[in-house]
Design a binder for this molecule. Structure first.
Ligand code: ZN
Length: 297
């Protein structure tokens, strides 16, 4: 053991007998080689702890095994390819779950843990997925991995507002397979995507399909806009315009929409489109049960 102001270094040697291959479980008897393995362990008195472990690599004598050699692992301490002890891994998972990867990577060095945002994300991915259980009301919608190119499907438990699964595409087959694996869905709340409708009919024929509120409002707004546009000359004659209030510093307030004349300048039109897009985004975000933008990780 050696210590300075920055770190505590501990050298240790494994004396485990009956080391088993992690692929096939057979006991290794012939040592192939040995080497020193460095692992980050829990900080001690505010200093980093570096564990140098002398480990052995064994031949796997099972001819049916996919591995020719394997390295001994120490219970509750090491994991294959890991560069930190399991305890440190669990600490990073707790930090990542509480704060998110980016903020966690800023906090961890203050606690004596060297890490990066990507390392925290890798630790979080090691956690098992929570059980999905039976979903009674399922929300289905598409989302973009890359807008205009690759889309996936997000599935939400509408009663709890929690996303429960993501599908790699927006095809009917993927959703049908998911519904087959997760029986018990009574209501499917979806947009007008015909693939989702077809998948539900095929895999959950007894489920009631409903259009979600956002898409109903969106369709209604488009119908009103089309109708108003078709009768534009008559509306122009019959409407006496209110004078426009001076625009606020941060753009137009939502109540100013009613003062906008049908013929408006490109700037006003852009403001109106931006307000519409923001309202749609917020409604959709809220409907899917996702946190507000400011609190996202
Ligand atoms: Zn083996």
């Amino acid at each position: 053991m050696d210590a300075d102001d920055e770190a505590v270094r501990i050298e240790a040697r494994s004396e485990i007998t009956d080391v088993v291959c992690s692929a096939c479980g057979s006991v290794g008897t012939r040592v192939h080689s040995t080497y020193w393995r460095r692992l980050a362990d829990r900080p001690l008195g505010g200093r980093r702890v570096v564990l140098s472990l002398h480990v052995r690599r064994f031949f796997c004598d099972n001819t049916a095994c996919c591995r020719r050699t394997f390295v001994e692992q120490i219970d509750l301490l090491t994991r294959r390819h890991a560069r930190r002890t399991q305890t440190v891994g669990r600490m990073l998972q707790a930090i990542g779950l509480a704060m998110g990867a980016r903020a966690g990577a800023r906090l961890a060095p203050r606690l004596g843990l060297r890490t990066t945002r990507a390392a925290i994300l890798r630790q979080l991915r090691l956690l098992p997925d929570p059980p999905i259980g039976t979903i009674r009301v399922l929300g289905v919608d598409e989302f973009a991995f890359r807008k205009g190119r690759t889309y996936g499907t997000v599935l939400v438990d509408v009663e709890t507002g929690r996303p429960v699964d993501l599908l790699p595409d927006r095809a009917a087959d993927s959703l049908a397979a998911w519904l087959t694996e997760h029986p018990g869905v009574e209501i499917v709340c979806r947009d007008r995507n015909s693939a989702f409708s077809e998948a539900t009919k095929r895999a959950a024929p007894n489920a009631i399909q409903v259009a979600d509120r956002w898409h109903l409002l969106h369709s209604l707004a488009r119908a009103v806009e089309r109708t108003a546009h078709a009768h534009r000359p008559r509306l122009r004659k019959s409407i006496s315009y209110h004078p426009l209030p001076p625009p606020a510093a941060g753009g137009l307030a939502s109540q100013d929409l009613r003062y906008l004349p049908l013929t408006c300048t490109p700037t006003l039109q852009r403001d109106r489109h931006e307000m519409w897009a923001t309202a749609v985004f917020k409604e959709r975000h809220h409907r899917m049960g996702w946190p507000e933008r400011g609190s996202r990780r």
